[in-house]
Design a protein around this ligand. Structure first.
Ligand SMILES: [Fe+2]
Ligand SMILES: [Fe+2]
Length: 182
C-alpha cells in the first residue's frame, strides 16, 4: 500500500485514541450539527460529504505536520472547505456553476460557524478548487488542501464506481481495524 493510500484508509478509522491530536485541532468544529449534518449530502457518487471532508482534513493535517506548516489551522480549514448545505447534483441554477461558486458559500457558512476564522483559513477554503478557479492558494497549506481534495475525490469515485477499487477499499479498512486491535 502506498503511504497516501494508508493515510486515506486511516481517515475512515479515526478514533479519539488513534487520532487524539487531530481531534484536538478540529473537535469544536467537527462535532457541531453544521458539520455532522454534511452526512446527509452526497459528495462523490455514493460517498457522503462528511466522509469526504474528514478524509481531506486528515490527509491535510498529516502532510501539513510533515512539512512544518500550521497543521491546526490547515486541518480546520479543510474541515470547512465544503461547508454548504445542498446536493450539488441538483439542477437548481442558483448554485451553478457549482465548482466556481461553492467555495464562497463554504466561506460564508464557515464564518457563521466560527466568527474568529483567520484569513489563512479563509484563503484555503476560497482557493481549494484551484486550478478550476484561476487564482491559486496563497499558502503552502492551501496547496496541501487542494491536492488532498483532489486525491480524495478520485479515490471516492473509484471506490464507489469501480468494483475492484471498492473491494480493495473494504479489504484495507478491515485489515486496518484488525491490526489496530493487535
Ligand atoms: Fe469543494
Ligand atoms: Fe472537497
Amino acid at each position: 500500500m502506498s503511504k497516501l493510500f494508508d493515510i486515506y484508509i486511516k481517515s475512515y478509522c479515526l478514533t479519539k485514541e488513534n487520532a487524539a491530536e487531530f481531534f484536538d485541532c478540529i473537535g469544536d468544529l467537527y462535532f457541531t450539527e453544521e458539520v455532522q449534518g454534511l452526512k446527509a449530502f452526497p459528495q462523490h457518487s455514493t460517498v457522503d460529504r462528511l466522509d469526504h471532508i474528514t478524509s481531506v482534513a486528515y490527509m491535510s493535517y498529516v502532510y501539513a505536520k510533515k512539512y512544518n506548516i500550521d497543521y491546526r489551522r490547515t486541518a480546520r480549514a479543510a474541515i470547512l472547505h465544503d461547508l454548504y448545505y445542498y446536493d450539488w447534483h441538483d439542477k437548481a441554477r442558483w448554485h451553478r456553476p457549482h465548482g466556481y461558486k461553492h467555495p464562497r458559500f463554504a466561506v460564508e457558512n464557515a464564518r457563521k460557524l466560527n466568527p474568529g476564522i483567520s484569513k489563512f483559513e479563509v484563503n484555503i477554503i476560497l482557493r481549494h478548487m484551484w486550478p478550476l478557479t484561476v487564482i491559486p492558494p496563497a499558502t503552502k497549506a492551501g496547496f496541501i488542501v487542494t491536492l488532498a481534495d483532489k486525491y480524495c475525490a478520485a479515490r471516492e469515485l473509484l471506490r464507489a464506481d469501480c468494483k475492484y477499487f471498492g473491494k480493495k477499499f473494504d479489504e484495507n479498512i478491515r485489515s486496518f481495524k484488525e491490526n489496530e486491535k493487535c
